[in-house]
Design a protein around this ligand. Structure first.
Ligand code: TMP
Length: 205
């Protein structure tokens, strides 16, 4: 059986990932592709527990290395328990975030060295990477306004715009460095334009 593919959706807060993930799933299903949607941190019961630990607002300062290790702990569980078995069964997996988010948030945002992220990436994933990554890009203020409208902010959403500007910059640099894998989608366009864009890039690849 042919192995499935791994598609990831990345971007800052409030760029419309959920709506567009549902759209990607419907596009694939139209083509008769069997696919599942999952998310990071999370995706399995244990990884979702780690997500709760990561997102909870708390008094104690969370050390960046702790945050980084927890992201990869959740990822190891997700990868071996859910993503790889599904791909090996021929399913396509669409994930709301993956390791590019760790480079963007923990390295770009928090300032942990990219070498440390790369070390853990190799340790957990060996050479496994997404086949396609859609980067939904919008200026930080646009996304933050949408995120605030959703209600109570989690520990990441509580960060200031300087943090999210570093996250965005890191995502865009990574996208430039790997143009084959990354497709940048301008998330400030109307939903219809965003989805036309997504359809184009997914039929081209
Ligand atoms: P979500 O709000 O998109 O579901 O993601 C939860 C938060 O976790 C989001 O603020 C980004 C953050 N995050 C990281 O900091 N590093 C990571 O590796 C991942 C996957 C998410």
């Amino acid at each position: 059986m042919q192995r499935g593919k791994f598609i990831t959706i990345e971007g800052g807060e409030g760029v419309g990932k959920s709506t567009n993930i549902a759209y990607v799933k419907s596009l694939l299903e139209e083509q008769g592709i069997d696919c599942i949607v999952t998310r990071e941190p999370g995706g399995t019961p244990l990884a979702e527990e780690i997500r709760d630990v990561l997102l909870k607002n708390r008094e104690e300062r969370v050390v960046s290395e702790t945050e980084l290790l927890l992201m990869f702990a959740a990822r190891a569980q997700h990868l071996y328990q859910l993503i790889l078995p599904a791909i090996n069964e021929g399913k396509w997996v669409i994930s709301d975030r993956f390791t590019d988010a760790t480079y963007a948030y923990q390295s770009g945002g928090r300032g942990v060295s990219a070498d440390k992220v790369a070390l853990l990436e190799k340790f957990v994933q060996k050479d496994f990477k997404p086949n396609i990554t859609l980067l939904l890009d919008a200026p930080v203020e646009v996304g933050m306004t949408r995120a605030r409208e959703r209600g109570k902010l989690d520990r990441f959403e509580e960060e200031r715009s300087a943090f999210f500007n570093k996250v965005r910059k890191n995502y865009l640099e990574r996208a430039k460095a790997e143009p084959e894998r990354f497709k940048i989608i301008d998330a400030t366009q109307s939903l219809e334009q965003v989805q036309n864009n997504i359809r184009q890039v997914l039929t081209l690849t």
